[in-house]
Design a protein around this ligand. Sequence first.
Ligand SMILES: Cc1cc2nc3c(=O)[nH]c(=O)nc-3n(C[C@H](O)[C@H](O)[C@H](O)COP(=O)(O)OP(=O)(O)OC[C@H]3O[C@@H](n4cnc5c(N)ncnc54)[C@H](O)[C@@H]3O)c2cc1C
Length: 244
Amino acid sequence: MTLNVVKGKFQWAKVTKKEQLTEDLWKMWLKPENKFDYKPGQYCTIGSGGIERAYSIASSPEEEQIELFIELVPPPDGNLTPLLNDLQVGDTVTMRLRAKGIFVIKPGFKNHVMVGTVTGIAPYVSMLRKHLKEEEFSNCNFYVLEGASYLDEFGYDEELSKFANNDNVVFETSISRPGEERNSTWSGFEGRVNNILEERLKEWGVNPKDTIVYACGHPGMIEDVNERLEDSEYTFLEERFWKD
Ligand SMILES: Cc1cc2nc3c(=O)[nH]c(=O)nc-3n(C[C@H](O)[C@H](O)[C@H](O)COP(=O)(O)OP(=O)(O)OC[C@H]3O[C@@H](n4cnc5c(N)ncnc54)[C@H](O)[C@@H]3O)c2cc1C
């Protein structure tokens, strides 16, 4: 199947920068032909070789380029990511003209708990880049809890740690494979984020009625968080990156 770049539906976007984090994880910046409007937390749909997929946007809407955080799903399962992985600066992808998604910040809560696995951190980076500066959210608290298998998969830890210099931002990470050589220097939390979330919520002392919990990324993590919070007064919002 070839994808026609039909005027009115798609535009071209040029790869302007690529930053490889690990063998199968990279950040990629795109410059679309036209201005691309979106809300923090929304996703864009990009394509190559006739295949299109959704990617949460890590940049803030004021930024000129669209920043994405992408994980390779190797063939035979992965279709688009092997193609995206081969792209070089100067290459182009198609981009649907409209951003989509309802995984955006919900005002009206005192506490915003953001749980993500690996690339599932992207929408929170966008939200924090934009909303931390806004008066509307100046009295809110943000708790970011990120999980990964390996310590080198926390793509935004420097930036999020800087945000956490603010009194109202907490950033915590946990790795799920502490016994492996690649994690030998790790000294932080251990275990899957869904397994430690309840303990962290207790530690932070947030009142469930005033708290929204966002979960993004791995469907297994989301399913489990959903079940754990089911009978509570927490409000829950999710973005699943694939189907289990
Ligand atoms: C709203 C939304 C936002 C998304 N944002 C991001 C993002 O910011 N970064 C990102 O890397 N991906 C994101 N994804 C996933 C992305 O759309 C693709 O599904 C993914 O990049 C794999 O594409 P593919 O064509 O290579 O593999 P596909 O042809 O889509 O097949 C992948 C198959 O492998 C399995 N799988 C294992 N690991 C993954 C994985 N990490 N992602 C997807 N499937 C997996 C699934 O069972 C799936 O059926 C998002 C998905 C949605 C719905």
